[in-house]
Design a protein around this ligand. Sequence first.
Ligand SMILES: *[C@@H]1O[C@H](CO)[C@@H](O)[C@H](O)[C@H]1NC(C)=O
Ligand SMILES: *[C@@H]1O[C@H](CO)[C@@H](O)[C@H](O)[C@H]1NC(C)=O
Ligand SMILES: *[C@@H]1O[C@H](CO)[C@@H](O)[C@H](O)[C@H]1NC(C)=O
Ligand SMILES: *[C@@H]1O[C@H](CO)[C@@H](O)[C@H](O)[C@H]1NC(C)=O
Length: 373
Amino acid sequence: MLPKSALIWQLCVVYFLAMFAIVARAESPYRFFTWNVTYGDIYPLGVRQQGILINGQFPGPDIYSVTNDNLIINVHNSLPEPFLISWNGVQQRRNSYEDGVYGTTCPIPPGKNFTYILQVKDQIGSYFYFPSVGFQKAAGGFGGIRILSRPLIPVPFPEPAGDFTVLIGDWYKANHNKLKSVLDRGHRLPSPDGILINGHGSNGASFTVEQGKTYRFRISNVGLQHSLNFRIQGHKMKLVEVEGTHTIQTTYSSLDVHVGQSYSVLVTMDQPPQDFYIAVSTRFTNKVLTSTGTLHYSNSAHPVSGPVPGGPTTQIDWSLNQARSIRTNLTASGPRPNPQGSYHYGLINISRTIKLESSAGQVNGKQRYAVNM
Ligand SMILES: *[C@@H]1O[C@H](CO)[C@@H](O)[C@H](O)[C@H]1NC(C)=O
Ligand SMILES: *[C@@H]1O[C@H](CO)[C@@H](O)[C@H](O)[C@H]1NC(C)=O
Ligand SMILES: *[C@@H]1O[C@H](CO)[C@@H](O)[C@H](O)[C@H]1NC(C)=O
Ligand SMILES: *[C@@H]1O[C@H](CO)[C@@H](O)[C@H](O)[C@H]1NC(C)=O
């Protein structure tokens, strides 16, 4: 949807220039990005599809940054339709006019460009960006965001030997416009056709590691609807960070990652020199879809072998218990949930309880997904 008149778009540009003047006074480093958003052919499940590429890439480029950096991202929309990026997890400062959600941020009209100016103030951690209008997320346009701690800030684990972005998500062979029309006609989304790992279908994604070393994997679920379980054959994962919060370092053999979530795990390559399966499968679905990638030891003597490791499928308690086991490490570095207040949460009296529940329903004959609808 386009703003009702060109006037609104012009107001956005004027507002943006005013905000630029304010942000530009900060003294933190600037990182400049120029992105060109286009349609292009992609073949993630072996058939040709129209994907949304950023600078020719699917998934889009990762954004690497350090706490307090200013990110200046000039996005050229070369699609024939409006395009808007949501910076999932990047905190908006003072106001949310650039959060990339329709209603607070204008989509970029076809053929136009807009420069997003974000500051990752007091933030660390793993996040991702994605298109937020027109169901374009079903066609690509997403990528990883990582915010590293400033050099002098202690991180509660040794520097890993490598750092991988792992974008997992359910995927459809149908075009995003077609999927959108399914919803607009009042139907639920069909079952996805597969699961992608970094834009690849089964056996496509590969991560090369050295035996004996420890690596960080930043796993984000960039999909549309399904929770996914992530695991690596023969290896344990130590959870260290969830969306910018260092966690109590608990070891898991598999992790549920719900849509929109980002987790960092450390994995030590402590197995014999060979290749291992990375498995991602759908949760809470009747038909379980599984996709695999490869963990490749650089001195590997054998290709992947044995059964693909299984994971939980329909068990809900398992997932809730795992979520409850994830805790903030309150003595580690990182942003604090309430900088002014006490950390003794157990002593805070609860004055109001708000229950959030995802829901699905019809609005004017169209299928919509909502919270507490
Ligand atoms: C974006 O890419 C398209 C296709 O390659 C090209 O025609 C166009 O000139 C590019 N636009 C910018 C602003 O780089
Ligand atoms: C559009 O891109 C041009 C050239 O890259 C740049 O000079 C201009 O500031 C951009 N405009 C906006 C609104 O971002
Ligand atoms: C929490 O972080 C501190 C500071 O880095 C670290 O020493 C400690 O081991 C961490 N605790 C757990 C349980 O992960
Ligand atoms: C919580 O309520 C109790 C009983 O009313 C009171 O004694 C206590 O001071 C309250 N605690 C806080 C942190 O407000």
